[in-house]
Design a protein around this ligand. Structure first.
Ligand SMILES: *Cc1c(COP(=O)(O)O)cnc(C)c1O
Length: 389
């Protein structure tokens, strides 16, 4: 057997084509490098992609910014509580603290690793203002149940869809469901990228208007619309202490072309996931759940769990993969284990048994469009060897 060392296979890589490069260069040469025509086009194309003309799409410089703007626009503030899952990236929860509100973390459904709606309902108090489900790995959370709870209790719903482009539920794209806002991420390792970037999507015209103002220093551009002819172009009014969350045209240039490819990207990711599923059947592993029949899973992550009968710890498994030249990761170290969240809310692992158990057995394998079939086979072989096969 050949023992020729192979190049390290990274955990994630973006797929950037000549189209993106040419468009970025076009932005650079145009003299307009910050928010301008390409960002506006990207927003327009994003709404068109979602296929719902009642949607407002706002390009922002991260999903974190978009989540912050959504909650701010929905009036979340001091004294309020927002319910989300412990099994997420800290960005989901930190934006609640930016606004001086408090986070109520709940456990996941052990089958899907998405927030458990029954626990959401049990966590509601008179202070609860909003629910933030996360579509973990790109699999839609149980939105019918979450939206029904929100309606019963008069709560807002903001979807953290950082993993979920293009995912569907009941045949509808995430972003077009009946929540108050949905936020996508275009971070470097997400299912499409602008380097850094995000998109806030809402049907709520008032929220969209507030987020548009708060996205850029709280500068009210209505002055332009109302008195275009009378007000000189240097004039603006600051109506709130806003943020600096606008997406540059350099980033939007990438987004224009990534968006055109995002369905093809999803197909490649789904094909890799199917190949993994097939190869891992019969091994002491829990493969990630697929989407409901007829629905799309964005497959941002392929989050495998070691089975109870696996003769190796998660940490040793990851070491073995690295020794075999395969990058991998863990999604997530649950929020209840991080010092800030643990100490602020006096959290204990026993409160989140499903997230805790999942965490102890989780490994995210590489799953990205630039992987060849040979790369996928290499990952499969490394997994088998790590398990002692
Ligand atoms: C990546 C990610 C975010 C943050 O996205 P940014 O664009 O980097 O701000 C938020 N939530 C989840 C679940 C994520 O994976």
């Amino acid at each position: 057997m050949s023992t020729q060392p192979q190049a390290f296979l990274p955990y994630a890589l973006p797929e950037i084509g000549e189209e993106e490069i040419t468009e970025v260069v076009d932005a650079l040469r145009s003299g307009w490098i910050t928010t301008g025509p390409k960002a506006r086009q990207f927003e327009h194309d994003f709404s068109a992609f979602l296929g719902d003309s009642s949607l407002h799409s706002l390009a922002v410089n991260s999903a974190t910014a978009g989540l912050h703007l959504a909650l701010e626009g929905l009036g979340v503030g001091p004294g309020d509580e927002v319910i989300t899952t412990t099994h997420t990236f800290t960005a989901t929860a930190e934006v609640v603290r930016y606004l001086g509100a408090d986070v109520r973390l709940v456990d996941i459904d052990p089958a899907t690793l998405c927030i458990d709606p029954k626990l959401v309902e049990a966590a509601i108090t008179p202070r609860t203002k909003a629910i933030m489900p996360v579509h973990y790995a790109g699999l839609a959370a149980d939105m019918p149940a979450i939206l029904a709870i929100a309606q019963r209790h008069g709560l807002k719903v903001v979807e953290d869809a950082a993993h979920a482009l293009p995912s569907t539920q009941g045949g509808r794209l995430i972003g077009t469901l009946d929540s108050d806002a949905t936020v996508f991420s275009f971070y470097a390792n997400k299912t499409m990228t602008t380097g850094e970037g995000g998109m806030l999507v809402t049907r709520d015209a008032e929220l969209a208007q507030r987020a548009r103002v708060m996205r850029l220093h709280g500068m009210n551009r209505d002055a332009f619309d109302r008195f275009t002819a009378k007000v000189p172009s240097w004039y603006y009014e600051v109506v709130a202490p806003g943020f600096k969350y606008n997406l540059t045209d350099i980033a939007a240039a990438m987004g224009l072309h990534q968006l055109k490819k995002v369905r093809a990207f999803q197909q490649r990711r789904a094909a890799i996931a199917a190949r993994f599923d097939m190869a891992f059947a019969g091994l002491p592993l829990i493969t990630p759940p697929g989407p409901a029949a007829g629905d799309l899973h964005a497959w941002h992550l392929y989050a495998l769990r070691l089975g109870k009968d696996a003769a190796i710890t998660r940490d040793r498994f990851i070491e073995s993969l690295f020794e075999q030249g395969i990058g991998c990761s863990v999604h997530y170290i649950p929020l209840h284990l991080h010092p800030y969240w643990r100490d602020r809310y006096q959290l204990q692992a026993a409160q989140f048994p499903h997230s805790q158990l999942a965490y102890e057995r989780l490994i995210s394998l590489p799953i990205y469009t630039r992987m060849s079939d040979a790369d996928v086979d290499r990952v499969i072989a490394a997994v088998r060897r790590a398990l002692g096969g």
